[in-house]
Design a protein around this ligand. Structure first.
Ligand code: R5P
Length: 311
């Protein structure tokens, strides 16, 4: 059975794919990803995948359009090469922001991308911390949407942070922050945020108490860094002694790393769903083992939800 499990690494996060391959003890299937002279992506699967259960590891992180197109072409090549089942392992699902029409005449990008992945030939999707759980319903195939709160809580357990409070930097992050706070047995607070423009946010107020405590911000994504930085400033104004941050997907758009390095946040922990830039301020929490274990369970038809017991 094991020999029917094949791993294909896209070019978006080869280090994560390598880690998954090492944990499972399965070599990555040889694939050539290249460019035609006009810039189009070319794919060549160099070994047979006939009858195989194939997992394609490709987050759709920046450059989003290139990585998405590569994922679609790889799935198409595998389908036409008679793979039995193709699972798109998308640790970070790009285009997730537009999951509804918030005003007239805009696309629902998250739904369109889901349609494209299904039409290309994926039979399943494995992802992590979708910004909105309902995106699972955009796919008419099974979607395993893993949670990162157990590994984020595990990271802070090792840090031995005493007298800390877990903080959601906006109301949308409250559920995730609550899950981490409960695992750590810590109190929780919520920042009230207003987004003025795509790259400008304001932290308006705080629900909860951080006075005299270390504040740990927990969120799903960092893009411009504005949400974290504004929240950190407010927390210090409200009496927090130090501010830390942990989040799942490090998009780090534009000069986000430089801005975060210059911010009052002491340390930032981020998972490697997207390759993490080097910075003395950034710690990496790996999701390699979590994804590898899940791939194994999917392949052997074992429960995935058992990995996240309701406690
Ligand atoms: C949405 O509000 C998300 O949970 C994040 O807080 C947001 O995407 C972060 O974006 P930025 O880093 O650009 O403030």
């Amino acid at each position: 059975m094991q020999d029917l499990l094949k791993l294909v690494a896209g070019s978006a996060n080869p280090a994560l794919a390598q880690e998954i391959s090492q944990h499972l003890g399965i070599k990555l299937t040889a694939v050539d990803v290249g460019r035609f002279p006009d810039g189009e992506t070319s794919i060549y699967i160099r070994e047979t995948v006939r009858g195989a259960d194939v997992f394609v590891i490709q987050p759709t992180c920046p450059p989003v359009n290139d990585n998405l197109m590569e994922l679609l072409l790889t799935i198409d090549a595998l389908k036409r090469a008679s793979a039995e089942r193709i699972t798109a392992v998308i640790p970070y699902y790009g285009y997730a922001r537009q999951d509804r029409k918030h005003i007239g005449r805009v696309p629902i990008s998250a739904k369109l991308v889901a349609n494209m992945i299904v039409r290309a030939g994926a039979g399943r999707v494995l992802t992590l911390d979708l910004p909105a759980g309902q995106i699972q319903g955009f796919f008419d195939i099974p979607v395993d949407n893993l949670r990162s709160d157990p590994i984020i809580a595990g990271y802070f357990q090792k840090q031995n942070l005493e007298n800390a409070v877990i903080v959601a930097p906006d109301v949308g992050a409250a559920k995730r922050a609550r899950a981490v706070a409960e695992r750590l047995g810590m109190p929780m607070a919520i920042v009230e945020k207003s987004r003025v423009s795509p790259d400008e946010v304001r932290a308006l107020g705080l629900i909860g108490d951080v006075k005299g405590r270390r504040a740990v911000l927990v969120d799903d994504i960092v893009a411009t860094g504005g949400t974290l930085i504004e929240a950190a400033k407010l927390l210090l104004e409200c009496g927090a002694t130090e501010v830390y941050a942990a989040f799942t997907h490090g998009v780090f758009a534009g000069d986000a790393v430089r801005k975060l390095e210059a911010s009052p946040i002491q340390k930032i922990a981020v998972t490697n769903t997207i390759p993490v830039p080097h910075s003395p301020k950034i710690d990496v929490i790996s999701v390699g083992v979590l994804l590898a274990e899940t791939i194994k369970r999917i392949h052997y038809h074992e429960s995935v939800s058992e990995m996240f017991p309701h406690d």
